[in-house]
Design a protein around this ligand. Sequence first.
Ligand SMILES: NC(=O)c1ccc[n+]([C@@H]2O[C@H](COP(=O)([O-])OP(=O)(O)OC[C@H]3O[C@@H](n4cnc5c(N)ncnc54)[C@H](OP(=O)(O)O)[C@@H]3O)[C@@H](O)[C@H]2O)c1
Length: 197
Amino acid sequence: MAELENIQNLRENFKKHNKSCFILGASGATGKELLKEILKQQLFSNVTIIGRRKLTFEEVAYQNVNQQVVDFEKLDEYSASFQGHDVGFCCLGTTKAKGGAGEAEVKIEELNFDHCTIFKPALILCDREESRPLEWCARKILGCLSHAMSITALSVPVSTLARAMVNNAVIPSDKKVELLENKDIHRIGNQDETKTS
Ligand SMILES: NC(=O)c1ccc[n+]([C@@H]2O[C@H](COP(=O)([O-])OP(=O)(O)OC[C@H]3O[C@@H](n4cnc5c(N)ncnc54)[C@H](OP(=O)(O)O)[C@@H]3O)[C@@H](O)[C@H]2O)c1
């Protein structure tokens, strides 16, 4: 209960500072949910999504979302798109093979952000439009197991992950770089009962 009141107070306090954020990968499963949660909580006075293509939104809640289309192969030419934001969320798709296990953390540390949190979810439970047969099977099996046995080690609902990212942004931390594993994501994402519908 104290934790719930605390996160609500932190949110209210955060809102007073009229902060601005950008989201990379807002067209993906995690990014989509994250954007929805950010707009629902109205934590930021300015929300910009940065991607390689323009997205179309029907809902009124999205009408003030700014969009920047960039060429990820020539990011140096688009540095202005990333400037002037207090918080950046990165939900870009990559694989362990492409990212290099552990290498990403080291490289991010070198960028010397004021504060950086790396989320390491297990299987993300979500409804995906595109076809990924192996992921689909794992999601179905782990989704059922999680419901039946309260297993949280192997998977995380995408809504919990998105809430964890947003909650974490308002929680003060003195760590320069922190790494959140699946169990931490469940804990932080479930700090309140605000569910994304
Ligand atoms: N899914 C899981 O179960 C799982 C589990 C653990 C960790 N993760 C990691 O979590 C991250 C997000 O996963 P997700 O499932 O939400 O990803 P996703 O649905 O595949 O979305 C990927 C996002 O990244 C963008 N993107 C991909 N390649 C790009 C490129 N070359 N240039 C620019 N944009 C690019 C996509 O944009 P477009 O729409 O334009 O393609 C999309 O917005 C990934 O790094 C993944 O490895 C996922």
